[in-house]
Write a protein that binds this ligand. Structure first.
Ligand code: HEC
Length: 137
């Protein structure tokens, strides 16, 4: 009985430890949407500074992203699919692709390459969908 209670306590503790990481990652993903929404009008206005800044924010989150998916964090208030941990290397590769696309957009904007921006923006958005398709409910 005691061992059983200990187990319950440990499971509850693990779940609440993950609750923080889950809510933090969701917050960061919502920030991604805000960044994309700022980048879109900035492209029309030629506001390179905003594009660079927001694309860098996306790249920074992409870099940290795998750390926010510890084992067992597919339980709780989350839409993360268990396939993330079954195909961990691919999940990490998809976050790296997201980062690279964001970095490309940031450096094109920093270089003032106005004409290249829409395609780079499209490529970046695609990396979001490429991951969600497989790893998000
Ligand atoms: C490598 C995989 C991956 C990439 C890349 C990725 N996402 Fe996600 N995203 C996820 C997963 C997994 C979840 C589910 C997280 C959860 O519910 O715990 C998620 C959740 C979200 C959510 C829901 C957040 C919430 O409050 O529930 C939004 C919005 C989102 N992503 C937007 C984006 C945008 C925009 C991009 C691209 C700029 C992006 N994501 C790139 C994997 C990814």
């Amino acid at each position: 009985m005691r061992a059983f209670l200990m187990l319950i306590v440990m499971v509850v503790m693990a779940a609440s430890a993950h609750a923080d990481v889950i809510s933090e990652r969701k917050e960061n993903f919502r920030a991604n949407v805000k960044s994309l929404k700022l980048i879109q009008p900035a492209m029309e206005q030629g506001n390179m500074e905003t594009i660079t800044q927001e694309a860098e924010a996306i790249a920074n989150w992409a870099k940290a992203m795998p750390e926010f998916f510890p084992d067992g964090s597919d339980m709780g208030d989350t839409k993360a699919r268990p396939e993330i941990w079954e195909n961990w290397d691919d999940f990490v590769a998809k976050s790296a692709a997201n980062r690279e696309a964001a970095e490309t957009l940031a450096s094109l904007a920093a270089a003032g390459d106005y004409d290249a921006l829409p395609a780079a923006f499209g490529a970046l958005s695609k990396t979001c969908g490429d991951c969600h398709k497989l790893y998000k409910y």
